[in-house]
Write a protein that binds this ligand. Structure first.
Ligand SMILES: C[S@@+](CC[C@H](N)C(=O)[O-])C[C@H]1O[C@@H](n2cnc3c(N)ncnc32)[C@H](O)[C@@H]1O
Length: 422
C-alpha cells in the first residue's frame, strides 16, 4: 500500500465515524504496524486534504470529475490533487494510482505547482472564500453574522498549525520551568497577559514526555482556555465545572485559589481523564469528581461556575481540520440548544451573586451571541458582567463579552461571557 492510499482510508474513516484523524490513524497503525514508517507523510497528506478539501473538489470538478463524496476513491483523488498542487506529486505514484481511480494521469501531473488562486478566478464574496479556504458556505455566514472582521484572515489562520501554550503550576516560576524544559529542547516564553501562561516556541511535541510534566509542574492548555479561569475569579470561593472533561479548567480554578471545586461530566470515561489530571497535579484534596448531567444541576452552593459545553469546535480547526468535513448546520442547532439549556439550568440553580462563565471554543453566531442573548432575554435574574481581564476582542453585537481570534491573538478561536445571578 502507498502512503496516498493509507491517507485516503484514514480520511474516509474519519468522516464516516466522525472521529479525529489522529484517533483513526492510531487505530490504523496499530492494526498495520509494518506501515508505521509512513506516519509522518500520511499525517501531512491527511491534514492537507482536510484543510483544503473544497478547493481540491473544485479542481477535480473543473477537470470533469465528480460528484465529490467522502468515499475512499474520492479521498484518493483529493490526496493526489493536494500533492500535485503542493508540487510534490511523484510521476511514478501518479501513474500507479490515477488509473485505479479513473483519473487521467497527464491532467493530474499538469496540476503540479499550480497556484490555487487560479482556480477561484471568477468567484466572488462568500463563494470565493468558501473554495479558496475550504469552508462550507454556512460556516462563513455564521462567522460573518457574528460580526468578525477580516474573515478571510481568520479562515486562513484556521488552516494553519496552532501556536501551543502551557499553564504553569503555582509551585514553580515560569522562568525556572523555562530553564528546566530547555534541557529537553522545549523552549517557552512567558505570556504578557496571563502570569501563569507561557507560549511554547519550540519542541511542543516533547513537552508531555518530560519529567516536569509527569511531576505536574505544567498543563498543556491554550491561552484562550486559560483565560476562562481568570474571568471566573475563583479565589476563596466554591467553584463548579459541570462539563469538566479532563478537568483542565477545573484544576485551574484550584490553582488560582478556589476553596473547593466540583468537576462533573456526563461521561464517566471523561472523568477518568480528569482523575489522571488530578493525580498528576496532586489536586485530589481540592477537587471532587461527579458523574452528572449539567442540564439538571446537582449542586447549588455555587460561588463561581464554568459552563464549557460541547460545541462545534470551529475555533479548534487548527488542531482538527477534519471536523469541517462533517459538520452541518443541524449540528449547530443541536449545540446551541444544548448550550442554552446547560447555561439556563445552572443560572436557575445558582444563588444570588454567583458568577457563571460561559465559554466555547467556537466563534459561530449561534453558539455565542444567540445563546447569551436568549438566556438574558428569557431569564430576568441574569445579567452580563465585565469578563475581566479583557484581552480579546469585544464583539460589537455584545460588547460585554470577549472573543479570542487565532489570527490576532495566536490562540484558539474562543468566546467568553460572564453572567451574574441577580
Ligand atoms: C468542551 S468539553 C469540556 C472541556 C473541559 N472544560 C476542559 O477544560 O478540559 C465538554 C464536555 O461536556 C461533556 N458533556 C456533554 N454533555 C454533557 C451533559 N449533558 N452534562 C455534563 N457534561 C456533558 C462532554 O463529555 C465533554 O467532556
Amino acid at each position: 500500500m502507498l502512503p496516498e492510499e493509507v491517507a485516503a482510508i484514514i480520511l474516509a474513516d474519519s468522516v464516516r465515524l466522525r472521529t479525529s484523524l489522529r484517533d483513526v490513524a492510531i487505530r490504523f497503525f496499530s492494526r498495520n504496524p509494518e506501515l508505521g514508517y509512513m506516519k509522518p507523510i500520511v499525517r501531512v497528506l491527511s491534514l492537507g486534504v482536510a484543510r483544503n478539501y473544497i478547493l481540491l473538489d473544485h479542481v477535480l470538478t473543473s477537470l470533469g470529475y465528480g460528484p465529490p463524496s467522502h468515499s475512499v476513491k474520492w479521498m484518493t483523488a483529493r490526496v493526489l490533487v493536494f500533492e500535485a498542487l503542493s508540487g510534490k506529486l511523484k510521476p511514478s505514484r501518479a501513474r500507479k494510482l490515477a488509473p485505479k481511480i479513473g483519473i487521467d494521469t497527464d491532467k493530474l501531473l499538469e496540476l503540479r505547482g499550480a497556484n490555487p488562486r487560479e482556480f477561484v478566478k471568477g468567484l466572488g464574496g462568500v463563494d470565493r472564500l468558501s473554495v479558496l479556504y475550504s469552508f462550507p458556505r454556512w460556516i462563513i455566514e455564521e462567522l460573518l453574522s457574528a460580526g468578525i472582521e477580516n474573515v478571510a484572515q481568520l479562515l486562513q489562520s484556521l488552516n494553519r498549525d496552532p501556536t501551543r501554550w502551557l499553564r504553569v503550576s503555582p509551585w514553580i516560576s515560569v522562568a525556572s520551568l523555562a530553564t528546566r524544559l530547555a534541557r529537553y529542547g522545549v523552549v517557552i516564553e512567558p505570556d504578557k497577559d496571563l502570569y501563569d501562561v507561557a507560549m511554547i516556541v519550540k519542541g511542543a511535541s516533547k513537552a508531555p514526555h518530560t519529567r516536569e510534566y509527569q511531576e505536574g509542574l505544567f498543563v498543556l492548555q491554550d491561552k484562550a482556555s486559560a483565560l476562562v479561569g481568570y474571568v471566573a475569579k475563583p479565589q476563596g470561593r466554591v467553584g463548579i465545572d459541570p462539563t469538566a472533561g479532563a478537568a483542565i479548567k477545573a484544576t485551574h480554578l484550584a490553582w488560582l485559589g478556589a476553596r473547593y471545586v466540583v468537576a462533573g461530566d456526563v461521561k464517566a470515561k471523561r472523568l477518568n481523564e480528569a482523575r489522571h489530571t488530578l493525580r498528576r497535579l496532586r489536586l485530589g484534596h481540592l477537587v471532587d469528581l461527579v458523574v452528572g448531567d449539567a442540564r439538571s444541576p446537582y449542586i447549588s452552593r455555587i460561588g463561581t461556575a464554568i459552563i464549557d459545553p460541547p460545541c462545534s469546535d470551529i475555533g479548534r480547526l487548527q488542531y482538527e481540520p477534519e471536523v469541517k468535513m462533517w459538520l452541518s448546520r443541524g449540528d449547530i442547532k443541536f449545540f446551541r440548544r444544548l448550550q442554552y439549556r446547560m447555561l439556563r439550568s445552572i443560572l436557575e440553580a445558582a444563588p444570588r451573586g454567583a458568577t457563571i462563565v460561559y465559554s466555547v471554543c467556537t466563534l459561530t453566531y449561534s453558539e455565542t451571541i444567540w445563546v447569551i442573548r436568549r438566556v438574558i432575554r428569557e431569564l430576568m435574574e441574569a445579567e452580563l458582567s465585565e469578563p475581566e481581564p479583557v484581552i480579546g476582542e469585544r464583539p460589537k453585537a455584545l460588547p460585554k463579552t470577549q472573543r479570542m481570534l487565532p489570527h490576532v491573538h495566536r490562540t484558539q478561536g474562543f468566546f467568553i461571557a460572564k453572567l451574574v445571578k441577580l
